[in-house]
Design a protein around this ligand. Structure first.
Ligand code: MG
Length: 484
């Protein structure tokens, strides 16, 4: 029996060797389904320890594939995070920081290359159903950046005159800051004033569109990007999911996202596409803790969205591709969303963007190659233009920086934000293997590590800039700005 197992394993290993050679083989390039939740915390999935709600479809996806425990976003805020995901670059390199809003004038520069454009070069059908948040002016919309189809909100669902936090103000005052929230199809506004009832249908609409897109493109390679509006506040859930969890509205919303994942994986299964589809699920940043019971959790990581602490930048990530990614695996190597573009580019045999990118191929980690290591010497965590932390291996060095801190005493509730405290940290080193909650500064004990990470950070500052040291960064490129 043991001999037989060894034979099967060896055969599997042999078969696995050919995995990255997909493009040179004659078989079809893999489909890519990339699901991106908004403000979903590290601890919000069942397979990451969530309590109060269940995520059976996401747990199944993880059980069939790879679950990352040390997966990061580049910055813990929407637009910066999405820039990294779709371009493989630190957002500082492209000049897109923070969360763009209805008054923003910028977006991804036309000369930059998105993952959708990489896949278009291999004749993929491409679609985004959900929140774009990389520039709402026509020249920045998804259809100008490699997507054939777009249906969704141009920015966050809280940039909205009916937000519970401003509902007490006269409408005309609210509209000065937060105009009516549009829903866009292609490059046209199809609904100029999205209501709460309609927000409650967004997850369902995005899911239905996704299923229809997969069905329509079953005979050709496709890239489906599904950046949900949820669970970003204000939270909304459809009637069919309301009251289903034991944790109120937030739990219902997560369960609806899980339902959506189930609809998509069932569609792939029904059409016989599961074996040829890489499914990735992750989040754009950690939980927005200031919203209290309308925010998720980080399973004990420190702080949340809007910080360079682990609770802000470490997110759940599962990847599934039966036959190519072995089932039930866990990867604890530190990697980032910037790695998705170069990894998929290589998988499909496309060319990397002409301009330099920051991400690296992590396929050996995704497919569970024994002893594979993160290709990054270090990962860098900026808040805006301020380099606040660097991670290398088990170590994370924070440079002196202010941060917002939320506890049970200053969090809000039921859709209204609390008031986060302003705190500061000095130079501090944490051993994430022993102390993933970043509680104990070990800088004095490991001055050699501090020195090594400081040198790496100085290199990043020279390249990407740093507001703290007033450096501009030689590798920073031009951001897209609307023409006057
Ligand atoms: Mg977000």
């Amino acid at each position: 029996m043991r001999l037989f197992s060894c034979f099967v394993l060896s055969l599997f290993a042999l078969l696995n060797i050919g995995v990255v050679e997909i493009s040179s083989a004659n078989d079809r390039s893999p489909n890519v389904v990339l699901i991106y939740a908004d403000d979903l915390g590290y601890g919000d999935l069942g397979c990451y320890g969530a309590k109060g709600w269940t995520t059976p479809n996401l747990d199944r996806l993880a059980a069939k594939g790879m679950r990352f425990t040390d997966f990061y976003v580049a910055q813990a805020v929407c637009s910066a995070s999405r820039t990294a995901l779709l371009t493989g670059c630190y957002p500082n390199r492209l000049g897109i920081l923070g969360a763009l809003g209805p008054k923003s004038q910028n977006g991804i520069h036309a000369d930059e290359t998105t993952l959708a454009e990489v896949l278009k070069s291999r004749e993929y059908a491409t679609a985004i159903f959900g929140k774009w948040h990389l520039g709402h002016h026509p020249q920045f919309l998804p259809t100008r950046h490699g997507f054939d189809e777009y249906f969704g909100l141009p920015y966050s669902n809280d940039m909205w005159p009916y937000h519970p936090g401003v509902a007490h103000l006269p409408l005309e005052d609210r509209l000065k800051n937060w105009p009516y929230l549009p829903l866009i199809e292609g490059d046209k506004i199809v609904n100029a004033n999205v209501t709460g009832d309609e927000q409650a249908k967004l997850t369902t609409w995005y899911t239905e569109r996704s299923v229809e897109f997969i069905e329509r493109n079953r005979e050709r390679p496709f890239f489906l990007y599904l950046p949900h509006a949820m669970p970003h506040v204000p939270l909304f859930v459809s009637d069919k999911q309301k009251g289903k969890s034991s944790h109120g509205l937030y739990g219902d919303v997560i369960q609806e996202i899980d339902w959506s994942v189930g609809e998509i994986t069932a569609t792939l299964e029904r059409l016989g596409l599961t074996q040829n589809t890489l499914v990735i699920f992750t989040s754009d940043n950690g939980p927005w803790l200031t919203y209290g019971n309308h925010a998720g959790g980080s399973d004990g990581l420190r702080e949340g969205k809007g910080t360079a602490w682990e609770g802000g930048v470490r997110v759940p990530c599962v990847m599934s591709w039966p036959g190519k990614i072995p089932a039930g695996q866990t990867c604890a190597e530190p990697v980032m969303t910037i790695d998705i573009l170069p990894t998929i580019t290589k998988l499909v045999g496309a060319e990397l963007p002409k301009k330099p990118i920051d991400g690296l191929d992590i396929w050996p980690l995704i497919n569970g190659t024994q002893n594979a290591k993160s290709p990054h010497e270090a990962l860098y965590f900026y808040w805006g233009q301020h380099l606040q932390a660097v991670r290398s291996g088990q170590w994370k060095l924070h440079f002196p920086h202010p941060f917002v801190s939320v506890s049970s005493t200053n969090a809000g509730a039921d859709g209204k934000p609390g008031k986060a405290a302003q705190k500061e940290i000095g130079l501090a080193l944490f051993d994430l293997n022993a102390d993933r909650a970043e509680t104990t500064d070990v800088a004095e004990k490991h001055s050699d590590v501090v020195a090594r990470l400081t040198v790496l950070a100085d290199k990043a500052r020279a390249d990407l800039g740093d507001s703290a040291t007033k450096q501009k960064g030689s590798g920073v490129r031009e951001v897209g700005i609307i023409k006057p």
